[in-house]
Design a binder for this molecule. Structure first.
Ligand SMILES: Cc1cc2nc3c(=O)[nH]c(=O)nc-3n(C[C@H](O)[C@H](O)[C@H](O)COP(=O)(O)OP(=O)(O)OC[C@H]3O[C@@H](n4cnc5c(N)ncnc54)[C@H](O)[C@@H]3O)c2cc1C
Ligand SMILES: NC(=O)c1ccc[n+]([C@@H]2O[C@H](COP(=O)([O-])OP(=O)(O)OC[C@H]3O[C@@H](n4cnc5c(N)ncnc54)[C@H](O)[C@@H]3O)[C@@H](O)[C@H]2O)c1
Length: 457
């Protein structure tokens, strides 16, 4: 047996947590000839491929197919009966998306780049030092933290003692409950509520804020709430949960207004929690009670320590994690490149209608700029929206002093795709006059952009 040597424990770069961004950093730096150690306590690739984006979007694809089949009635003929079968979705997630939650393919992909992989819990033990389950490692050039987030469980009386679901259990489930209470009407709550309702589950969403999707434009929240209700979801916004109990088979949730809800399952989708101190960032100067890892425009936490992904608090999205990974790869290699810039951050909630957004909402823009103009076009007033009988809207937000868009929202079929054009406009600060002189194909959904620009006032 070969004895462990110092070189087994000394690397140029150690990546703790291999979510989408961490895996990318580790693989790219190894391909560039650096000695890299990647550490993950669970599955290489993180939440996105196993319990996040990919399996949830497979659920959504299936739920959308059901909804589309149900639209045949009154538009193209009759459908005798649409019969949902969750086993097809569960099988696809298990076999196609997650390999039954086995990351061998991802591990092979990573080690194929020359990186070394250790499965275990990593913790920074001081500058250049990492402990993995009691084994000490040294990073001569730097440490990259990509430990992500876990579901935040709100401090609701009784909740912690119940067998509640998080995104893990709902993504893994092979069978659907008859009824479901969803705590939180953010992206996860809205996407999964609609899926469940379309598969015949009786769903109630409880959202403590005044409206679901509270971080986006109010018009988007309103349109989505109506769409969810049309799918049979009960939306209870503006009222928090006060107490949760489980009697062995049924959840009972008591709301702040005294009303009670009961259901077979309860999904906690009330935000995410990062743990900077848990990964030892406090040993390199981050406050012990910090909720995120503070990073500069190169994603540096401090000299020799970088962070990417949800833990940075710059947007809990795979595209942010990958974008930051690119910034870190360049910085570690000493290469030039643009600093991280989140002014044109796009996000898409993959409900039906999809809710796309980029940059600032109207309220955020009014806080930041003296002269804000807004243009809004309901999709029903566009030719394509009317043909499709589609609910939705396009809203653009402008800094009138500079004559550029600083934010936009696109709600409707393919809302996330329509967003692309507006993301370019915000990112590249294309003058509004130039956008107005563009030719927009007829009759597309994105042609509504021209109309919304015309309504800027
Ligand atoms: C249901 C759901 C749907 C989503 N849908 C989308 C979507 O459609 N689009 C989108 O852009 N985003 C979506 N997201 C968000 C997306 O999953 C995350 O933003 C993305 O995974 C990036 O996270 P990350 O890079 O911070 O790391 P994560 O994916 O969170 O991975 C972190 C990794 O670090 C590991 N780890 C943690 N602590 C340690 C430690 N101490 N030592 C070793 N390893 C550790 C974990 O095991 C994990 O593998 C969704 C999330 C959820 C939950
Ligand atoms: N399509 C996508 O890109 C996508 C999909 C899913 C998740 N995500 C990412 O994952 C992150 C986490 O999603 P999320 O939906 O859990 O979080 P979120 O922060 O988007 O929404 C959580 C919601 O829960 C509410 N809430 C908090 N405590 C509550 C309580 N006690 N009772 C009732 N409501 C309560 C909050 O007011 C908030 O509206 C998102 O911020 C997003 O970045 C992205």
């Amino acid at each position: 047996m070969r004895m462990a040597t110092d070189s087994d424990h000394t690397f140029d770069v150690i990546v703790i947590g291999l979510g989408p961004g961490g895996e990318h950093v580790a693989g790219r730096l190894a391909e560039r000839g650096l000695r890299v150690l990647g550490v993950d306590r669970r599955l290489v690739g993180g939440e996105c491929p196993y319990w996040g984006c990919i399996p949830s979007k497979m659920m959504i694809r299936a739920a959308d197919a059901l909804a589309e089949a149900r639209r045949v009635d009154g538009l193209a003929g009759t459908v005798e009966k649409v019969t949902p079968d969750w086993s097809l979705v569960a099988k696809r997630i298990r076999e196609e998306a997650t390999d039954d939650w086995d990351d061998q393919v991802a591990v092979d992909r990573l080690t194929g780049t020359g990186a070394r992989f250790v499965r275990g819990t990593g913790r920074i033990a001081g500058p250049g030092r990492v402990d993995v389950d009691g084994t000490a490692y040294t990073a001569t050039r730097g440490i990259v933290v990509n430990t992500g987030t876990t579901a935040a469980v709100p401090p609701v009386e009784g909740l912690a003692d119940t067998p509640y679901w998080t995104n893990h259990e709902i993504i893994e489930t092979a069978e659907l409950p008859a009824s479901l209470i969803v705590l939180g009407g953010g992206a996860i709550g809205c996407e999964l509520s609609q899926v469940m309702a379309r598969f015949g589950v009786e769903v109630t969403v409880v959202e403590a804020a005044e409206r679901i999707l509270a971080l986006e434009e109010p018009e988007a929240s309103e349109t989505l709430a109506a769409a969810l209700e049309a799918d049979g979801v009960t939306v209870r916004a503006g009222v928090g949960a006060q107490r949760v109990a489980h009697d062995g088979s049924v959840f009972t949730v008591t709301l702040a207004d005294g009303s009670t809800l009961t259901a077979e399952k309860l999904l906690v989708a009330a935000g995410r929690r990062a743990d900077p101190a848990g990964v030892g960032l406090d040993t390199v100067g981050v406050a012990r009670d910090a909720r995120t890892a503070p990073v500069d425009e190169r994603c540096r936490v401090t000299g020799g320590v970088w962070a990417v992904g949800d833990i940075t608090g710059k947007g809990a999205f795979t595209h942010v994690s990958m974008y930051q990974a690119g910034v870190v790869i360049r910085d570690v290699l000493g290469e030039d490149g643009p600093p991280a810039d989140y002014d044109a951050l796009p996000r898409v909630t993959f409900t039906d209608p999809e809710v796309g957004a980029v940059g600032l909402t109207e309220a955020q823009a009014r806080d930041r700029f003296a002269n804000v103009q807004v243009g809004l076009t309901p999709l029903g007033e566009t030719t394509r929206g009317w043909i499709a009988r589609a609910d939705g809207l396009i809203k653009v937000v402008a800094d009138a002093d500079r004559g550029v868009l600083v934010g936009a929202t696109t709600v409707g079929p393919g809302g996330g795709e329509v967003l692309g054009a507006l993301a370019v406009a915000v990112h590249a600060e294309v003058p509004i006059e130039r956008l107005r002189s563009m030719i927009y194909a007829y009759p597309t959904f994105h042609r509504g952009i021209e109309d919304a620009l015309g309504r800027l006032a």
